[in-house]
Design a protein around this ligand. Sequence first.
Ligand code: IPM
Ligand code: MN
Length: 369
Amino acid sequence: MATHKLLLLPGDGIGSEVMAEVKKVIGWLDAQGLASFAIEEDLVGGAAYDSCGQPISEEAMAKAFAADAILLGAVGGPKWANVHYEVRPEAGLLRLRKDLQLFANLRPAMCYPALADASSLKRDLVEGLDVLIVRELTGGVYFGEPKTITDLSDGQKRAIDTQVYESYEIERIARVAFELARTRKNRVVSTEKHNVMKTGVLWKQVVSEVHGSDYNDVTLEHQLADSCGMQLVRAPKQFDVIVTDNLFGDILSDVAAMLTGSLGMLPSASLGAVEEISGKRRALYEPVHGAAPDIAGQGVANPIAMIGSLAMALRYSFGLIEAADRVEAAIAGVLADGYRTGDIWSEGMTRVGTAGMGDAVIAELAKAA
Ligand code: IPM
Ligand code: MN
C-alpha cells in the first residue's frame, strides 16, 4: 500500500486539541491497514511566531511543499493582537495558501439529521441541507496591492485594500465549481457585486463565458452577494454549489456553516491545480472554525470539523474512498448515538469533551470494522 506524506500543523488555540483527536483516527486507520501514513508535524501561526518570530518557518514551508497533503488546525488569538501585521498568526496560513497556490477552497455545509435542531433556523429549513461553497482563495482583496495605511498631511490616515482579479483566476475557480456541480445536483450559483464593483462585472462575465463554452449542461444562476447572504438564511436548500471570491466566500461560508448547527462541524479543503505529469494536486485541509481562544485549553472543543477534514484528505488527496466513507459514517454514527460537545449539546444528549468525542468516533469505527 502507498505511504502518504501528511504534514500536521496544529497551530493555535483549540487547534492542538482537535488535532490530537485526528491523530487517534490516523493511528486507527494505520493499525487496521486501511491506510499508511508518514507523519510530520510543525508549527504555524502564533505558535510558530513564539518559537521563531515568523508565523511559519522556512523549514515548515519546505515540509509543506514535500507533503502529499497538509492538515491544519487553526491560527490566531488575543495573545498576538499586538505583533507586527506582517508576522501576525494569520499570515502563516495566508502564506501557505498563496505559496502552494491553493486557489480552490471547498467548504461543504451539510446538516446531519441528528443536528437539525441545533441550527439557528427551523428544522424544516435545514434538514437535509447540502451546500458546497467554492471560494477563490489566492486572489482578491486578501492579496491585492496596494495594501497600506498612510498618514495624510492633515493628520488623517488613509487605508487602502485592493480587490483585484484577473480573468484566468476567475476561469479556473469557475471550472472547479462546474466540475463539482456535475458530481452533485448540477446547479451553480455565482455570486459577486457587479452593481458596484468592476471585479464583480468581470467575475460575472467570465463565469458566463466558461459556462457557455464548456458547461451548458449545468444550471447557472448569478446572485448579488448581499442577496445570496439573504437567500442562505431564508431558503438555504435552494443551493447546490455557490462559487464566489475570497472575501465573499469567507463571509458566506461562516453563514452557511452556522446553518448546520455549529461552526465546529465543518471541514474544508484547499486545492491547487492538478499537475500534468503526476496527476497530483497540492492540498491543505482545515476546519472552517478558528482557534476559539475563549475555550482553548479546556478540552471542550468539538473535533468533528477537524476529523471531517481528515476524511476530505482521504477522499480528495489519497483516493481512499472507503476509509473516507467510514470516517464520515462514524461521525454521523456518534451524532445519531447522542454524543455532543458543548457547542451542539441539547437536553437529553450525552455531553462529551474533545477527547470523549474522539474516542466515540474511534469506538464507532471499530464497531463497523
Ligand atoms: C478562514 C479564516 C481565515 C480567512 C483567517 C484566519 C485569515 O477566517 O479560513 O475562513 O479569513 O480566510
Ligand atoms: Mn473565515
